[in-house]
Design a protein around this ligand. Sequence first.
Ligand SMILES: CC(=O)N[C@H]1[C@@H](OP(=O)(O)OP(=O)(O)OC[C@H]2O[C@@H](n3ccc(=O)[nH]c3=O)[C@H](O)[C@@H]2O)O[C@H](CO)[C@@H](O)[C@@H]1O
Length: 376
Amino acid sequence: MPLLMIAAGGTGGHMFPAQSLAEAMLARGWQVKLATDARGARYAGGFPDAVEVQEMSSATFARGGVLARAVVPLRIGAGALGATLRMMKEKPDVVVGFGGYPAIPAMAAATLLRIPRMIHEQNGVLGRVNQVFASRVDRICCGTWPTTLPGGASLPEGTEIYHTGNPVRRAVHDREGAPYIPPGDYPMAMLVMGGSQGARILSDVVPEAIAALPEPQRSHIRVSHQARPEDLERVTAFYAEAGINADVQSFFDDVPNRLSEAQLVITRSGASTVADISVIGRPAILVPFAAAAADHQTANARGLTEAGAAIMIPESQLTAQSLTEQIRLVLDNPVGSQQMARAALACGKPDAAETLADLVEDLIDPANKTERGTQT
Ligand SMILES: CC(=O)N[C@H]1[C@@H](OP(=O)(O)OP(=O)(O)OC[C@H]2O[C@@H](n3ccc(=O)[nH]c3=O)[C@H](O)[C@@H]2O)O[C@H](CO)[C@@H](O)[C@@H]1O
Protein backbone atom coordinates (compact mmCIF):
# COMPACT_ATOMS: atom_id res chain seq x y z
CA MET A 1 0.00 0.00 0.00
CA PRO A 2 1.61 3.33 -1.01
CA LEU A 3 2.23 5.79 1.82
CA LEU A 4 1.53 9.53 1.74
CA MET A 5 3.04 11.73 4.43
CA ILE A 6 1.21 15.04 4.85
CA ALA A 7 3.12 17.84 6.58
CA ALA A 8 0.95 20.64 7.91
CA GLY A 9 0.09 22.53 11.00
CA GLY A 10 -0.56 25.57 13.01
CA THR A 11 -4.04 26.62 12.01
CA GLY A 12 -7.22 25.31 10.49
CA GLY A 13 -6.30 27.23 7.33
CA HIS A 14 -3.53 24.68 6.65
CA MET A 15 -5.14 21.66 8.26
CA PHE A 16 -8.59 21.62 6.62
CA PRO A 17 -7.27 21.29 3.03
CA ALA A 18 -4.75 18.72 4.32
CA GLN A 19 -7.61 16.73 5.79
CA SER A 20 -9.48 16.77 2.46
CA LEU A 21 -6.44 15.33 0.68
CA ALA A 22 -6.04 12.67 3.41
CA GLU A 23 -9.66 11.60 2.89
CA ALA A 24 -9.23 11.44 -0.90
CA MET A 25 -6.03 9.35 -0.64
CA LEU A 26 -7.52 6.91 1.88
CA ALA A 27 -10.42 6.40 -0.53
CA ARG A 28 -7.84 5.53 -3.21
CA GLY A 29 -6.30 2.83 -1.02
CA TRP A 30 -3.29 4.81 0.21
CA GLN A 31 -1.97 4.82 3.74
CA VAL A 32 -1.75 8.37 5.13
CA LYS A 33 0.30 9.83 7.98
CA LEU A 34 0.21 13.39 9.27
CA ALA A 35 3.39 15.12 10.43
CA THR A 36 2.70 18.14 12.61
CA ASP A 37 3.65 19.60 15.98
CA ALA A 38 1.75 19.75 19.27
CA ARG A 39 -0.16 22.89 18.16
CA GLY A 40 -1.16 21.36 14.83
CA ALA A 41 -2.12 18.11 16.54
CA ARG A 42 -5.00 19.97 18.20
CA TYR A 43 -6.65 20.27 14.77
CA ALA A 44 -5.93 16.65 13.85
CA GLY A 45 -9.17 15.45 15.49
CA GLY A 46 -11.11 15.98 12.27
CA PHE A 47 -8.80 13.63 10.33
CA PRO A 48 -10.07 10.07 9.77
CA ASP A 49 -8.92 7.63 12.47
CA ALA A 50 -6.89 5.74 9.87
CA VAL A 51 -4.48 8.69 9.65
CA GLU A 52 -1.55 8.25 12.04
CA VAL A 53 -0.55 11.56 13.60
CA GLN A 54 3.19 12.00 14.17
CA GLU A 55 4.14 14.93 16.39
CA MET A 56 7.46 16.49 15.45
CA SER A 57 9.43 19.20 17.17
CA SER A 58 9.25 22.56 15.34
CA ALA A 59 9.23 26.27 16.16
CA THR A 60 8.87 29.73 14.67
CA PHE A 61 10.71 33.03 15.03
CA ALA A 62 7.36 34.80 14.79
CA ARG A 63 6.35 34.04 18.38
CA GLY A 64 7.82 33.97 21.87
CA GLY A 65 10.50 35.84 23.79
CA VAL A 66 14.25 36.10 23.21
CA LEU A 67 14.96 32.73 24.82
CA ALA A 68 12.28 30.91 22.85
CA ARG A 69 13.62 32.42 19.61
CA ALA A 70 17.18 31.48 20.46
CA VAL A 71 16.29 27.79 20.52
CA VAL A 72 14.22 27.84 17.30
CA PRO A 73 17.05 26.39 15.12
CA LEU A 74 17.69 23.68 17.71
CA ARG A 75 14.05 22.64 17.86
CA ILE A 76 13.69 22.62 14.07
CA GLY A 77 16.98 20.71 13.74
CA ALA A 78 15.83 18.11 16.26
CA GLY A 79 12.51 17.79 14.44
CA ALA A 80 14.21 17.42 11.05
CA LEU A 81 16.60 14.77 12.39
CA GLY A 82 13.70 12.83 13.93
CA ALA A 83 11.68 13.13 10.69
CA THR A 84 14.64 11.93 8.60
CA LEU A 85 15.22 8.85 10.76
CA ARG A 86 11.51 8.07 10.70
CA MET A 87 11.20 8.48 6.93
CA MET A 88 14.29 6.28 6.33
CA LYS A 89 12.38 3.56 8.16
CA GLU A 90 8.84 4.19 6.92
CA LYS A 91 9.78 5.18 3.33
CA PRO A 92 6.82 7.38 2.33
CA ASP A 93 6.20 7.39 -1.43
CA VAL A 94 5.18 11.07 -1.53
CA VAL A 95 5.33 13.96 0.94
CA VAL A 96 2.94 16.92 0.61
CA GLY A 97 3.41 20.12 2.60
CA PHE A 98 0.47 22.43 3.29
CA GLY A 99 2.47 25.18 4.98
CA GLY A 100 2.75 26.24 8.60
CA TYR A 101 5.99 25.91 10.54
CA PRO A 102 5.07 22.45 11.89
CA ALA A 103 5.53 21.28 8.29
CA ILE A 104 9.24 22.21 8.27
CA PRO A 105 10.81 19.03 9.74
CA ALA A 106 8.99 16.62 7.40
CA MET A 107 9.56 18.80 4.32
CA ALA A 108 13.25 19.16 5.20
CA ALA A 109 13.59 15.38 5.64
CA ALA A 110 11.80 14.70 2.33
CA THR A 111 14.16 17.13 0.58
CA LEU A 112 17.22 15.48 2.11
CA LEU A 113 16.03 11.98 1.22
CA ARG A 114 14.85 13.08 -2.27
CA ILE A 115 11.36 11.72 -1.74
CA PRO A 116 8.87 12.91 -4.41
CA ARG A 117 7.25 15.95 -2.85
CA MET A 118 4.95 18.87 -3.47
CA ILE A 119 3.46 21.80 -1.62
CA HIS A 120 -0.04 23.19 -1.61
CA GLU A 121 -0.45 26.92 -0.98
CA GLN A 122 -3.94 28.04 -0.02
CA ASN A 123 -3.43 31.79 -0.45
CA GLY A 124 -2.62 34.08 -3.35
CA VAL A 125 0.80 34.81 -1.81
CA LEU A 126 3.17 31.99 -0.88
CA GLY A 127 3.44 31.59 2.91
CA ARG A 128 6.83 31.66 4.66
CA VAL A 129 7.36 27.93 4.96
CA ASN A 130 6.21 27.24 1.42
CA GLN A 131 8.63 29.95 0.20
CA VAL A 132 11.51 27.97 1.73
CA PHE A 133 10.58 24.78 -0.10
CA ALA A 134 9.10 26.19 -3.35
CA SER A 135 12.25 25.68 -5.42
CA ARG A 136 12.97 22.31 -3.80
CA VAL A 137 9.76 20.46 -4.65
CA ASP A 138 8.53 18.65 -7.77
CA ARG A 139 5.25 20.52 -7.83
CA ILE A 140 3.61 23.63 -6.43
CA CYS A 141 -0.17 23.40 -6.18
CA CYS A 142 -2.05 26.66 -5.82
CA GLY A 143 -5.40 27.06 -4.13
CA THR A 144 -5.75 30.63 -5.40
CA TRP A 145 -4.89 31.82 -8.87
CA PRO A 146 -2.59 33.52 -9.54
CA THR A 147 -0.26 32.84 -6.63
CA THR A 148 2.90 34.91 -6.33
CA LEU A 149 5.81 35.44 -4.01
CA PRO A 150 5.43 38.38 -1.59
CA GLY A 151 5.70 41.61 -3.56
CA GLY A 152 4.10 40.06 -6.64
CA ALA A 153 7.13 38.22 -8.10
CA SER A 154 6.38 35.02 -10.02
CA LEU A 155 6.82 31.59 -8.49
CA PRO A 156 10.23 29.96 -9.03
CA GLU A 157 10.86 28.70 -12.55
CA GLY A 158 11.73 25.08 -13.14
CA THR A 159 9.02 23.75 -10.87
CA GLU A 160 5.69 22.48 -12.13
CA ILE A 161 2.86 24.78 -11.06
CA TYR A 162 -0.79 23.74 -10.93
CA HIS A 163 -3.94 25.63 -10.08
CA THR A 164 -5.79 22.97 -8.12
CA GLY A 165 -8.02 25.22 -6.03
CA ASN A 166 -8.59 24.80 -2.30
CA PRO A 167 -10.39 21.64 -1.23
CA VAL A 168 -13.75 22.40 0.38
CA ARG A 169 -15.75 20.42 2.92
CA ARG A 170 -18.06 17.68 1.68
CA ALA A 171 -21.13 19.70 2.79
CA VAL A 172 -19.95 22.61 0.59
CA HIS A 173 -19.26 20.26 -2.29
CA ASP A 174 -22.80 18.85 -1.95
CA ARG A 175 -24.24 22.33 -2.54
CA GLU A 176 -22.15 23.08 -5.61
CA GLY A 177 -24.07 25.49 -7.83
CA ALA A 178 -27.21 25.42 -5.63
CA PRO A 179 -29.83 27.60 -7.39
CA TYR A 180 -29.51 31.29 -6.50
CA ILE A 181 -32.66 33.25 -5.71
CA PRO A 182 -31.95 36.89 -6.64
CA PRO A 183 -32.88 39.63 -4.15
CA GLY A 184 -36.39 41.06 -4.36
CA ASP A 185 -39.43 42.18 -2.45
CA TYR A 186 -39.39 39.19 -0.08
CA PRO A 187 -37.29 37.84 2.84
CA MET A 188 -33.59 37.84 1.95
CA ALA A 189 -30.74 36.03 3.71
CA MET A 190 -27.41 37.69 4.37
CA LEU A 191 -24.40 35.82 5.79
CA VAL A 192 -21.71 37.78 7.66
CA MET A 193 -18.50 35.84 8.46
CA GLY A 194 -15.05 36.70 9.72
CA GLY A 195 -13.06 33.53 9.04
CA SER A 196 -12.73 30.82 11.63
CA GLN A 197 -12.23 33.34 14.48
CA GLY A 198 -14.76 36.04 13.54
CA ALA A 199 -13.75 39.63 12.73
CA ARG A 200 -14.30 42.56 15.06
CA ILE A 201 -14.45 45.12 12.27
CA LEU A 202 -17.43 43.36 10.71
CA SER A 203 -19.23 43.49 14.07
CA ASP A 204 -18.40 47.19 14.36
CA VAL A 205 -19.66 48.15 10.91
CA VAL A 206 -22.11 45.64 9.39
CA PRO A 207 -25.05 45.97 11.85
CA GLU A 208 -25.07 49.75 11.42
CA ALA A 209 -24.84 49.43 7.64
CA ILE A 210 -27.82 47.05 7.54
CA ALA A 211 -29.80 49.30 9.90
CA ALA A 212 -29.33 52.17 7.43
CA LEU A 213 -30.94 50.28 4.53
CA PRO A 214 -34.23 51.77 3.30
CA GLU A 215 -37.57 50.08 3.91
CA PRO A 216 -38.94 47.66 2.89
CA GLN A 217 -35.48 46.16 2.16
CA ARG A 218 -34.41 46.50 5.77
CA SER A 219 -37.39 44.50 7.06
CA HIS A 220 -36.78 41.78 4.49
CA ILE A 221 -33.24 41.07 5.74
CA ARG A 222 -32.52 37.91 7.76
CA VAL A 223 -28.91 38.16 8.94
CA SER A 224 -26.68 35.30 10.06
CA HIS A 225 -23.79 37.13 11.73
CA GLN A 226 -20.69 35.34 13.02
CA ALA A 227 -19.11 37.48 15.77
CA ARG A 228 -16.15 36.94 18.05
CA PRO A 229 -17.33 35.58 21.45
CA GLU A 230 -16.58 38.91 23.16
CA ASP A 231 -18.74 40.77 20.62
CA LEU A 232 -21.78 38.48 20.70
CA GLU A 233 -23.74 40.43 23.28
CA ARG A 234 -23.39 43.89 21.78
CA VAL A 235 -24.04 42.71 18.21
CA THR A 236 -27.14 40.78 19.30
CA ALA A 237 -28.38 43.82 21.25
CA PHE A 238 -27.80 46.19 18.32
CA TYR A 239 -29.79 44.07 15.89
CA ALA A 240 -32.59 43.58 18.46
CA GLU A 241 -32.87 47.32 19.16
CA ALA A 242 -32.86 48.10 15.45
CA GLY A 243 -35.64 45.53 14.91
CA ILE A 244 -33.52 43.49 12.51
CA ASN A 245 -34.04 39.75 12.26
CA ALA A 246 -30.62 38.36 13.19
CA ASP A 247 -29.03 35.10 14.26
CA VAL A 248 -25.70 35.94 15.92
CA GLN A 249 -23.29 33.12 16.81
CA SER A 250 -19.57 32.79 17.37
CA PHE A 251 -19.34 29.94 14.85
CA PHE A 252 -21.93 28.51 12.49
CA ASP A 253 -21.65 24.76 12.04
CA ASP A 254 -23.95 24.90 9.04
CA VAL A 255 -22.22 27.49 6.86
CA PRO A 256 -22.77 25.49 3.65
CA ASN A 257 -26.53 25.68 4.27
CA ARG A 258 -26.50 29.35 5.15
CA LEU A 259 -24.29 30.12 2.17
CA SER A 260 -26.58 28.38 -0.25
CA GLU A 261 -29.59 30.29 1.13
CA ALA A 262 -27.85 33.69 1.08
CA GLN A 263 -28.65 36.48 -1.37
CA LEU A 264 -25.42 38.20 -0.24
CA VAL A 265 -22.32 37.28 1.76
CA ILE A 266 -20.21 39.85 3.61
CA THR A 267 -16.92 38.34 4.72
CA ARG A 268 -13.17 38.27 5.17
CA SER A 269 -11.32 36.72 2.24
CA GLY A 270 -9.58 33.79 3.91
CA ALA A 271 -8.68 31.10 1.39
CA SER A 272 -11.33 28.56 2.42
CA THR A 273 -14.07 31.15 2.67
CA VAL A 274 -13.34 32.30 -0.90
CA ALA A 275 -13.32 28.66 -2.04
CA ASP A 276 -16.67 27.99 -0.32
CA ILE A 277 -18.27 31.05 -1.96
CA SER A 278 -16.92 30.03 -5.36
CA VAL A 279 -18.09 26.43 -5.21
CA ILE A 280 -21.64 27.35 -4.14
CA GLY A 281 -21.68 30.54 -6.23
CA ARG A 282 -22.87 33.58 -4.28
CA PRO A 283 -22.37 37.36 -4.64
CA ALA A 284 -20.01 38.69 -1.98
CA ILE A 285 -18.64 41.83 -0.42
CA LEU A 286 -15.09 41.00 0.68
CA VAL A 287 -13.17 42.89 3.36
CA PRO A 288 -9.60 41.48 3.34
CA PHE A 289 -7.83 41.27 6.72
CA ALA A 290 -5.29 44.09 6.32
CA ALA A 291 -2.74 42.56 8.72
CA ALA A 292 -2.61 39.18 6.93
CA ALA A 293 0.96 38.17 5.97
CA ALA A 294 2.00 39.84 2.70
CA ASP A 295 -1.60 41.09 2.39
CA HIS A 296 -2.59 37.64 1.14
CA GLN A 297 -6.31 38.17 1.74
CA THR A 298 -6.33 40.94 -0.89
CA ALA A 299 -4.67 38.49 -3.28
CA ASN A 300 -7.26 35.85 -2.34
CA ALA A 301 -10.09 38.28 -3.14
CA ARG A 302 -8.73 39.24 -6.55
CA GLY A 303 -10.06 36.23 -8.51
CA LEU A 304 -13.65 36.89 -7.46
CA THR A 305 -13.47 40.67 -7.86
CA GLU A 306 -11.85 40.50 -11.29
CA ALA A 307 -14.49 38.00 -12.40
CA GLY A 308 -17.23 40.44 -11.35
CA ALA A 309 -18.40 38.05 -8.62
CA ALA A 310 -17.50 40.18 -5.63
CA ILE A 311 -16.97 43.73 -4.45
CA MET A 312 -13.82 44.30 -2.42
CA ILE A 313 -13.70 46.99 0.27
CA PRO A 314 -10.27 47.54 1.85
CA GLU A 315 -10.45 47.73 5.64
CA SER A 316 -9.24 51.35 5.53
CA GLN A 317 -12.28 52.34 3.45
CA LEU A 318 -14.86 50.33 5.34
CA THR A 319 -17.47 52.52 6.99
CA ALA A 320 -21.13 51.81 7.69
CA GLN A 321 -22.03 54.33 4.99
CA SER A 322 -19.74 52.87 2.30
CA LEU A 323 -21.01 49.39 3.14
CA THR A 324 -24.69 50.38 2.97
CA GLU A 325 -24.04 51.73 -0.54
CA GLN A 326 -22.36 48.52 -1.67
CA ILE A 327 -25.08 46.33 -0.12
CA ARG A 328 -27.68 48.34 -2.03
CA LEU A 329 -25.71 47.93 -5.27
CA VAL A 330 -26.24 44.18 -4.94
CA LEU A 331 -29.72 44.00 -3.41
CA ASP A 332 -31.25 46.63 -5.73
CA ASN A 333 -30.03 44.75 -8.79
CA PRO A 334 -31.48 41.24 -9.14
CA VAL A 335 -30.04 40.76 -12.64
CA GLY A 336 -26.58 41.96 -11.61
CA SER A 337 -26.55 39.86 -8.46
CA GLN A 338 -27.56 36.79 -10.43
CA GLN A 339 -24.61 37.50 -12.75
CA MET A 340 -22.33 37.85 -9.71
CA ALA A 341 -23.51 34.47 -8.42
CA ARG A 342 -22.82 32.88 -11.81
CA ALA A 343 -19.40 34.53 -12.04
CA ALA A 344 -18.51 33.21 -8.58
CA LEU A 345 -19.49 29.71 -9.60
CA ALA A 346 -17.27 29.94 -12.66
CA CYS A 347 -14.31 30.58 -10.32
CA GLY A 348 -15.03 27.44 -8.28
CA LYS A 349 -12.76 24.39 -8.19
CA PRO A 350 -15.06 21.82 -6.58
CA ASP A 351 -12.74 18.92 -7.43
CA ALA A 352 -9.65 20.40 -5.80
CA ALA A 353 -9.10 17.42 -3.47
CA GLU A 354 -9.36 14.91 -6.33
CA THR A 355 -7.06 17.01 -8.53
CA LEU A 356 -4.50 17.07 -5.72
CA ALA A 357 -4.90 13.32 -5.26
CA ASP A 358 -4.27 12.78 -9.02
CA LEU A 359 -1.12 14.88 -8.76
CA VAL A 360 0.10 12.83 -5.79
CA GLU A 361 -0.56 9.53 -7.57
CA ASP A 362 1.13 10.39 -10.82
CA LEU A 363 4.23 11.60 -8.96
CA ILE A 364 5.02 7.94 -8.31
CA ASP A 365 3.72 6.61 -11.60
CA PRO A 366 6.73 6.43 -13.94
CA ALA A 367 4.46 6.49 -17.01
CA ASN A 368 3.16 9.89 -16.05
CA LYS A 369 6.37 11.12 -14.53
CA THR A 370 8.04 11.35 -17.94
CA GLU A 371 5.34 13.56 -19.35
CA ARG A 372 4.39 15.67 -16.39
CA GLY A 373 3.93 19.06 -17.88
CA THR A 374 0.29 19.85 -18.07
CA GLN A 375 0.70 22.95 -16.05
CA THR A 376 -1.57 25.86 -15.48
C1 LIG B 1 -6.91 35.75 10.22
C2 LIG B 1 -6.06 34.92 9.31
O1 LIG B 1 -4.86 35.08 9.23
N1 LIG B 1 -6.73 34.01 8.61
C3 LIG B 1 -6.04 33.08 7.71
C4 LIG B 1 -6.49 31.65 8.03
O2 LIG B 1 -7.86 31.64 7.77
P1 LIG B 1 -9.13 31.28 8.57
O3 LIG B 1 -9.06 29.89 9.06
O4 LIG B 1 -9.44 32.36 9.53
O5 LIG B 1 -10.18 31.46 7.37
P2 LIG B 1 -10.54 30.66 6.07
O6 LIG B 1 -11.40 31.58 5.33
O7 LIG B 1 -9.39 30.07 5.33
O8 LIG B 1 -11.41 29.44 6.66
C5 LIG B 1 -12.53 29.63 7.44
C6 LIG B 1 -13.47 28.44 7.21
O9 LIG B 1 -14.37 28.40 8.28
C7 LIG B 1 -15.70 28.39 7.77
N2 LIG B 1 -16.56 29.02 8.78
C8 LIG B 1 -16.41 30.33 9.12
C9 LIG B 1 -17.22 30.90 10.05
C10 LIG B 1 -18.24 30.13 10.65
O10 LIG B 1 -19.03 30.58 11.49
N3 LIG B 1 -18.35 28.83 10.29
C11 LIG B 1 -17.56 28.24 9.37
O11 LIG B 1 -17.72 27.05 9.06
C12 LIG B 1 -15.63 29.13 6.46
O12 LIG B 1 -16.75 28.79 5.66
C13 LIG B 1 -14.30 28.61 5.93
O13 LIG B 1 -14.46 27.36 5.31
O14 LIG B 1 -5.84 30.74 7.09
C14 LIG B 1 -6.19 30.95 5.74
C15 LIG B 1 -5.46 29.90 4.90
O15 LIG B 1 -4.07 30.02 5.05
C16 LIG B 1 -5.84 32.37 5.30
O16 LIG B 1 -6.32 32.61 4.00
C17 LIG B 1 -6.43 33.39 6.27
O17 LIG B 1 -5.99 34.70 5.91
